[in-house]
Design a protein around this ligand. Structure first.
Ligand code: ATP
Ligand code: MG
Length: 363
């Protein structure tokens, strides 16, 4: 059998710095765990624009469609702020998501015990927290037509349309139920069925899919405003939350802050299964290119490393290896390893990006 294939798009800013640590871990898996990957590397974002005049070359796009998974670092930076919208670094990422049809965005919010004091909430509310927000990523109010700013009489009107088809809801619901089966078997679906037609349909379709295909999973429904409140009141009540594009945008950012640091948060974006049964997949840290610390060896590589752990789990059927990698991260944090972003107000001496990679490899 041929090796699984990975396309690495390290991108801009701290992207290449954090990705370097992931590459060392991938090499470790090949050498020490007999899990070799076939890696190819390419450009995305500002660096692709510098070389090709476009943030994502067609050849790179074609490669992304063929591999088992794409691992992305970060895109953008002040150097590209004045570029035309059509060639902005972020457009490279948007094109990947759109053409790979990555409709299911997985954002875990997991609180490592050693960092529980970083949360904006009290330790006992977040210690041991492990939830997963599944956000619909390719439809809803960010894409619905009609949209635009029009003149009505003598005033301007801004219009967006929340639109969801049955099949768009069904496929993201399935991805949440599948995920729940590998976790604590609970899904909470969030919408505003009390005031929105798309919310009424959302609740109907999720309920139907549940009854027909996933009756073994525990399903609850919540209005998204109550969901936001519950998320900061008692987040541990949740396992998997599934919601639309707009609510998911807000709820996943709120959930992220429950865990404290941007440098710790991974994500996955999944599409439909390919011929080999694996979903189309792109894994990336939640953080951006962090121009303020680029090139200083300060970046925390953990978000990118945990994104690779998600790849192990969701693309390569290697859940036990993902557990191993996450346990190594947990251990080095418990042992006190801290990049600068993980130091509290009391300070301490930070380790570098590479030293964090060293520590995780050793663990
Ligand atoms: P984008 O527009 O690309 O999302 P942003 O400005 O929203 O970028 P980041 O680039 O992620 O966000 O940076 C926000 C802050 O968090 C910066 O001060 C940055 O240095 C810090 N930061 C982000 N990622 C990391 C990391 N991996 N390690 C340490 N600090 C980080
Ligand atoms: Mg940002």
């Amino acid at each position: 059998m041929s090796n699984p294939t990975l396309l690495i798009l390290a991108g801009d800013g701290i992207g290449p710095e954090v990705m370097n640590e992931v590459k060392r871990i991938i090499t470790w898996y090949g050498d020490k765990r007999d899990m070799p990957f076939d890696i190819s590397e390419d450009l995305v974002g500002g660096c692709a624009y510098d070389k090709h005049g476009t943030p994502l070359h067609d050849d790179t796009m074609a490669k992304a469609q063929e591999v088992d998974a794409v691992l992305l670092g970060a895109v953008g930076g002040p150097k590209y702020d004045d570029l035309d919208f059509s060639v902005k670094p972020e457009r490279g990422l948007l094109r990947l998501r759109k053409e790979m049809d990555l409709f299911s965005n997985l954002r875990p919010a997991q609180c490592f015990d050693a960092l529980a004091d970083f949360s904006s909430l009290k330790r006992d509310i977040v210690a041991g927290l492990d939830i997963m927000i599944v956000r619909e990523l390719t439809s809803g109010v960010y894409f619905g037509e009609p949209r635009g700013i029009h003149l009505e009489g003598n005033e301007r009107v801004g219009i967006n349309t929340q639109r969801y088809t049955e099949s768009e809801i069904a496929r993201v619901a399935r991805s949440a139920f599948e995920l729940a089966r590998r976790r604590s078997n609970r899904v909470c679906s969030m919408e505003k069925a009390n005031v929105m037609e798309s919310g009424v349909l959302w609740r109907q379709v999720v309920t139907e899919i549940h009854e027909k295909e996933y009756a073994d999973v525990e399903l609850s429904h919540m209005y998204a405003d109550n969901g936001a409140m519950q998320l900061v009141r008692n987040p541990k009540q949740f396992d998997v939350i599934v919601t639309d594009n707009l609510f998911g945008d807000l709820l996943s950012d709120a959930a992220a802050m429950l865990t404290g640091s941007l440098g710790m948060l991974p994500s996955a974006s999944l599409g439909l299964p390919m011929a080999n049964g694996r979903p189309k997949a792109l894994y990336e840290p939640v953080h951006g290119s962090a121009p303020d610390i680029t090139g200083q060896g300060k970046a925390n590589p953990i978000a990118c490393i945990l994104s690779f752990a998600m790849a192990l789990r969701y693309s390569f059927d290697a859940g036990a290896e993902a557990d191993r990698l996450e346990a190594a991260v947990e251990q080095v944090l418990a042992d006190g390893a801290r990049t600068a972003d993980l130091l509290g107000p009391e300070g301490g001496s930070p380790i570098s990006t590479t030293q964090m990679g060293d520590a995780i490899l050793a663990a």
